[in-house]
Design a protein around this ligand. Structure first.
Ligand code: GLU
Length: 472
């Protein structure tokens, strides 16, 4: 059975980069009938926060990326929060120490700093020279007496390693050049990321690790560590990075790429998922709008590209518009209503609900609705007011009010009747007729067709709008 995990550190909000990792893991598991696990990597206690953990779970659920096992839902391989697994990590460190595969290292942080400094001066990449492995018993005693607390380092015995990456193919490493023996337990007794991630992947029986390219250089370490612990390493696939529209690296700290931001702006979760899936993956033809249920049946790691991709907010907007139009009127209204209510108190809910479907065809984000619906309030302003404030338009509004006074029932043919009657009384036609009317009723030059709006409005409301325009 395929088992994958998404393993975020709760040190900030979910953003485009890590939500893509979550999505690809989820889609990969779903297509294959496997399990998708959420693991919280919170061993860095200073930077991790419970509020971020809550927020990331909330954002994942909003995206529809519900996990099969995780901190809140449990599962057979828990706990799923690393801070609750410290004893398990300690037992693994003890095992490696007992088998001579790791050692207590009394090299001080100052000495490591010095090595770094020297490497910088000599313009070489830093790697630990493993000196702590060869300290004599006496040297170790002396250091203990100075109060130095040891780290535990893993011995790299096999520095040359080739891995088969599911996305990038064969990748070769020389760990001697890269790192040297690396720390698996800090001097304060806490496990490092490398140890925790390997122990958890092994014990949670993870079969495929799909993660960002920034972890590629960690993978050889992880394979050696897993083998030393007696486990068969999972298969690895590293996703290329996502860059900004101009090819610049995307900063995790940028608010405008967080899932929070997408939620606030009124994007549909399925549109965001569709957009993010296309950052590096393609369905094999030039289709771009892919509904969620289909996406779940289509995703394939073999079609994930190893070149980096660029985030294009305009394309996200376009895709979101397309997804809005895939919704039924009822689905659209429900979703939009929930969004609008989360933003502000709603006064005329019944009217809003009736009018919402008219906007489905011409918005890209729900955020635009608040502005479009301004005309339901009394104090909206007119775009291009000159079209309102001229004699021909005033004449038009005056006549429109008289037509309304004579019409009693708002039926199916109300709009057509209204327009027919009006045309008998005024000379204006085409744009000269429709634009002032649209401005009077909605305050906007663009937007849904009047024939979709007017029948929904109550006569009294229409009359008020026309009177307001007449005296504007
Ligand atoms: N916690 C790691 C991160 O947030 C992920 C580690 C992994 O996927 O192996 O980058």
């Amino acid at each position: 059975m395929i088992r994958v995990r998404f393993a975020p550190s709760p040190t900030g909000y979910l953003h485009l980069g890590n939500i893509r990792t979550a999505l690809f893991n989820y889609l990969f598991a779903k297509r294959q009938g496997g399990k998708y696990i959420l693991r919280i990597e919170d061993t860095d206690r200073d930077r991790s926060g419970l509020e971020y953990e809550q927020a990331l779970m909330d954002d994942l659920r909003w995206m529809g990326l519900e996990w099969d096992e995780g901190p809140d839902v449990g599962g057979p391989f828990g706990p799923y929060r690393q801070s609750e697994r410290l004893q398990i990590y300690q037992a693994c460190v003890d095992q490696l120490l007992a088998e001579g595969k790791a050692y207590e290292c009394y090299v001080t942080p100052e000495e490591v700093e010095e090595m770094k400094h020297l490497a910088k001066v000599e313009k070489r990449t830093l790697h630990f020279d493993n000196r702590g492995r060869y300290f004599t018993k006496e040297e170790i005693e002396r250091r203990k007496c100075r109060g130095i607390r040891p780290t535990v380092r893993f011995k790299i015995e096999k520095p040359l390693l080739k891995i088969h990456d599911l996305i990038r193919g064969e990748v070769a490493f020389n760990l001697d050049d890269m790192v040297g023996d690396f720390i698996i337990r800090r001097a304060d007794g806490t496990p490092t990321f490398h140890l925790a991630v390997c122990v958890d992947d092994a014990l949670m029986q993870i079969t495929h690790v799909i993660r960002g390219e920034d972890h590629l250089s960690n993978t050889p370490k992880h394979i050696l560590l897993l083998e030393a612990l007696g486990y068969q390493p999972p298969q690895y696939g590293h996703l290329s990075l996502v860059h900004g529209p101009g090819g610049e690296p995307l900063s995790k700290r940028l608010d405008s790429i967080s899932v929070r931001f997408f939620r606030q702006k009124g994007y549909l979760p399925h549109a965001v998922a569709n957009y993010i899936a296309l950052l590096g993956w393609s369905p094999g033809d030039d289709r771009e709008v892919i509904p969620w249920e289909e996406l779940k049946g289509m995703f394939d790691l073999a079609r994930v590209s190893k070149s980096s991709s660029c985030y294009d907010p305009q394309k996200l907007d376009w895709l979101n518009g397309e997804h809005l139009r895939l919704l039924s009127d009822k689905e659209f209204s429900d979703f939009a209503m929930k969004y609008l209510k989360s933003k502000e108190k709603m006064e005329d809910e019944e009217m809003v609900l009736k009018i919402l479907p008219a906007f489905k065809d011409n918005i890209e984000r729900l955020e635009q609705l608040a502005e479009r619906l301004q005309f339901l309030k009394e104090d909206f302003s007119y775009e291009e007011a000159a079209w309102i404030r001229n004699d021909e338009s005033r004449e038009l509004f005056g006549q429109a009010i008289s037509v309304l006074d004579e019409m009693q029932v708002v039926g199916n043919d109300f709009y057509q009747n209204f327009l027919d009657q009006l045309k008998k009384r005024v000379k204006a036609r085409g744009k000269n007729l429709m634009l002032p009317l649209r401005l009077a009723v909605t305050g906007k030059v663009h937007g849904p067709e009047l024939k979709r709006i007017i029948p929904v409005l109550v006569i009294e409301f229409l009359r008020k709008r026309l009177r307001r325009a007449l005296h504007a």
